[in-house]
Design a protein around this ligand. Structure first.
Ligand code: ADP
Length: 848
């Protein structure tokens, strides 16, 4: 599966051009610029340091190479010299050897030759001629060893390893060099064995012993030993002669100025591995200089870096301080610009040195117009110059009024405004006065507001004065009068007595509603003033005998302008209203009485018919008794029975008349706790006379155990009689069949708005209420009947409402057809708390 990947290549790094660098620099945020500005020199120092170290290292390496070459060269040269010296000796000794082999030399000659050799070449320590039987034929110098003199006839081979050399020489038949380690106290020696030939056979050896020390002293050129520590060593590296060379410290090897390799060693040629020349350059002063330079550069670099960092930190602190200063300055400038008060500063000569934006805006002059100017200033009104000059003089002598001075100021467009100036001396940081600062406020608006306020106050007072209510305000618990309007002053004078009298007679406390005055003051203090009048208005109607007036008194608490809690009393003259109300009440009572008279009038024929029955019965009884007494057919007992029956009928007639009388009799409204069932029974008794006339049957149901109600029973009976009579008339006008001529009266306990009430309802089977009738039902003098007066229902409603009840009327439907209507009303129970009653069981119609 091919694998594709989009790789976004970084932009090829453009060659840094000056313009590009500048653009790059400008694109950086100031913070990054700071960082780059800090890091770049640091990086430069580091680069410089690295370059110096690299250069030093490179030079040192070069030098070391050169030194190494020099050592090598010198060592090789020395080796050459040693080699030549040894070869020359070898050559001479071989010549002797040839002469010895050719028997040209005897032992004495040999000794002579050896002695001259030893004289001539001090490194030659001794020589010996050993024949093939290992016998020492002659020797010179061999005895003088560290071990003491050696016998001339002694066996040189007996000492040390000389025997090895002898055997080796016999084997190889060539000159052999042996450098063998000696005991410590012995001087190191180099032995050379040169074979002798005796007519072609091995004829012994010439043993020559070189002092290694002598070799070193005479073989190593002095210029070489001056420059190097030169030493001759054996194969194992043990020092034989020369300067001992210390091992270099390991640490030094890693430092650029150290020279781990400035030494060289090589075997001295004819001897081979047994003798090694080794040279080491003496430590040059260059190392000190090199390391000094390195440390100097390092120290300088560290110092520079440290200084850069310190400088950067310093800069950062300065930038922070600068930012703080800038924000402070900006804050001050913003404050200055947002200030609505004009500010002007003057020096001691009265020259404007500073104006703020508000000052310029107020006067219309720009900063450049004003700064540097001396009096007269352009904002002085032409007419006020002298006044202003004297004001300025006052200002300069710091004797201005503490409340400021009010002046008129001219704007650039020549309009004037009122201003208030406050002057204060300008003190600098050193505590010396450098001038004055003047603040200027435009008081045109406050002046205007003050005028408006006083005008509105005037209007307000005028309104209050003209009010036809007396208004007075007095603080609580004091007889000081805070405010009284004209009507109050007319009625009560200028003392608080009237106020207190009104409060007292109205039965309102002259203290706040709470018990403790101090507490209530506290609780009122936090209230918004609107809450006070709303929450604490009380009113009462009282009669003031001194004035001969009925007054409606309302009081409310208010927080007075000085914060004190005060009581305001508003008293309105309601004498006229009271009289009208009294008249209306009288009239209503009269209307009720006349309504009863009217009802009776309308019922007159029924009543007459009702009275006719007992009267006829009395008449019949009387006639019967008269005829039977005449015929003397009556016993005394029968007469007594007939007379009792007659009396009963007369009593019944009297009862009817009594009932009517008590109903019609004009009486004061008289609310008593009345039994509902009694009221219903009496109303039914009155109405039944009429119901019988219309041939209408009455069913009535009164719930059991109804509580007593506080009503005027006569008035409630009047309502019931009216409703029952209207129902009977309606059924009669609807021309119902006998079976349908029924009126139902129900009395039930109910709950309306969670309050217990007694509801009375009268339902008929009449023609119902037409919509237009429904609309005008309770209108006085509205009637649909030819002989109707139209005041029955309107009176009924006012009676019910005077008992705090309500009356309603509704049609009863049988399907869509109206089958009658129901009038109901309810009256509340007197004492809700004390009178309770249960919901009765389902009503059992009591068909009366
Ligand atoms: P009046 O009976 O003298 O007409 P009311 O005030 O008692 O005066 O009645 C006003 C009108 O209300 C009546 O004329 C009648 O039209 C109507 N009305 C009252 N009661 C009933 C009722 N039960 N059924 C139908 N209409 C009624």
């Amino acid at each position: 599966m091919p694998f594709y990947k989009v790789i976004s290549l970084p932009k090829p790094l453009a060659l840094p051009s000056v313009g590009g660098a500048r653009r790059w620099w400008q694109r950086l945020t100031p913070h990054r610029q700071d960082r780059v500005a800090m890091l770049a020199p640091l990086a430069a120092v580091m680069l410089f340091f690295a370059a110096i170290v690299a250069a030093l290292g490179y030079l040192r390496l070069e030098e070391m190479d050169r030194e190494q070459e020099a050592v090598q060269r010198d060592v090789e040269y020395t080796q050459q010299r040693l080699r030549l010296r040894l070869l020359e000796r070898q050559e001479q000794i071989m010549r002797i050897a040839r002469e010895v082999s050719g028997r040209e030399l005897d032992a004495d000659d040999f000794r002579l030759r050896a002695a001259s050799m030893m004289d001539q070449y001090p490194e030659v320590q001794g020589m010996a001629w050993v024949d093939d039987k290992r016998r020492t034929r002659a020797s010179q110098g061999m005895g003088v060893t560290a071990n003491g003199p050696m016998q001339a006839s002694g066996d040189v081979l007996a000492k040390g390893q000389r025997d090895n050399g002898f055997s080796l020489t016999r084997e190889v038949n060539q000159p052999v060099y042996i450098q063998h380690p000696l005991a410590k106290e012995e001087e190191p020696l180099l032995q050379m064995y040169v074979p002798l030939s005796d007519r072609g056979r091995f004829g012994g050896v010439l043993l020559t012993e070189y002092s290694v020390d002598g070799l070193y002293r005479y073989g190593v050129p002095s210029e070489v030993s001056a420059r190097y520590a030169v030493s001759l060593q054996d194969a194992s590296g043990a020092l034989l002669a020369g300067t001992s060379i210390p091992a270099r410290k390991l640490v030094g090897r890693f430092l650029p100025w150290s020279n781990p390799a400035n030494e060289y060693s090589m075997a001295v040629s004819p001897v081979g591995g047994g003798l090694v020349i080794r040279a080491q350059a003496y430590r040059a002063s260059l190392g000190v200089i090199g390391s000094g330079l390195f440390w100097l550069v390092s120290a300088l670099s560290v110092m520079t870096a440290w200084m850069l960092i310190a400088n950067w930190r310093h800069t950062r602190r300065r930038v922070q301080a600068q930012q703080a200063l800038m924000s402070e300055t900006n804050f001050r400038r913003a404050m200055e610009n947002s200030m609505l008060t004009g500010m002007r500063a003057m020096d001691l000569q009265g020259r404007i040195t500073y104006v703020n934006a508000a000052f310029c805006q107020m006067t219309g002059w720009t900063e450049s117009d004003l700064v540097g100017r001396t009096a007269p200033f352009p904002y002085w009104p032409d007419g006020d110059r002298e006044h202003m000059a004297s004001r300025l003089e006052e200002e300069m002598h710091s004797n201005t009024a503490p409340g400021g001075i009010q002046v008129r100021v001219k704007r650039r467009d020549n309009t004037l405004f009122d201003a208030r100036l406050y002057v204060s001396p300008l003190i600098d940081a050193m505590g010396t006065q450098t001038g004055w600062v003047t603040s200027m406020t435009d008081i045109t608006e406050p002046n205007r507001v003050r005028e408006q306020l006083s005008a509105s106050h005037q209007r307000f007072t005028t309104v209050l004065e003209a009010l036809d209510a007396s208004i007075s305000v007095a603080p609580l618990g004091s007889d000081e009068l805070l405010f009284a309007n004209k009507l109050y002053r007319q009625w009560f004078g200028v003392q608080a007595g009237g106020h207190l009298q009104l409060v007292a007679e109205a039965g309102m406390p002259h203290t706040p509603p709470n018990d403790e005055a101090s507490d209530s003051v506290d609780s009122f203090a936090g209230l918004p003033t609107t809450a006070l009048p709303d929450s604490d208005t009380e009113s009462a109607e009282i009669f003031i005998t001194a004035l001969g007036k009925w007054l409606e008194v309302r009081t409310r608490y208010l927080s007075w302008v000085d914060g004190r809690l005060a009581q305001m009393v508003i008293a309105t003259d309601i004498t006229t209203r009271r009289l009208a109300e009294e008249q209306a009440a009288t009239q209503a009572e009269r209307a009720q009485t006349s309504s009863r008279l009217i009802t009776m009038g309308e019922m007159a024929s029924s009543v007459a018919h009702e009275l006719n029955q007992p009267l006829t019965a009395i008449n019949n009884y009387c006639n019967g008794m008269v005829s039977r007494i005449k015929a003397k057919q009556i016993s005394e007992e029968d007469l007594l029975v007939a007379l009792e029956k007659t009396a009963k009928q007369a009593q019944r007639a009297g009862q009817i008349i009594q009932r009517i009388r008590s109903f019609v009799k004009r009486s004061e409204p008289n609310r008593t706790l009345s039994e509902v069932s009694t009221m219903v029974a009496e109303a039914v008794e009155l109405a039944e006379i009429e119901l019988r006339r219309f041939n209408v049957r009455l069913n009535h149901y009164v719930a059991a155990r109804l509580p007593m109600v506080l009503v005027d029973p006569i008035l409630i009976e009047q309502v019931l009689v009216n409703l029952l009579r209207n129902a009977a008339e309606s059924i009669d006008m609807a021309l119902r069949q006998t079976a349908e001529r029924i009126v139902e009266l129900r009395v039930l306990p109910r709950h309306i708005d969670n309050k217990p009430v007694i509801e009375f309802s009268v339902q008929d089977t009449g023609k119902g209420l037409a919509p237009e009738v429904m609309a005008r039902l309770y209108e006085a003098f509205y009637s649909t009947k030819a002989d109707g007066m139209g005041i029955g229902l309107s009176l009924c409603r006012s009676i019910v409402e005077s008992h705090l009840g309500r009356m309603t009327a509704e049609n009863i439907y049988n399907g869509t057809e109206v089958s009658g209507c129901r009038f109901s009303f309810w009256v509340p129970l007197a004492e809700i708390g004390t009178l309770t009653y249960k919901e009765p069981p389902a009503p059992q119609p009591n068909l009366g």
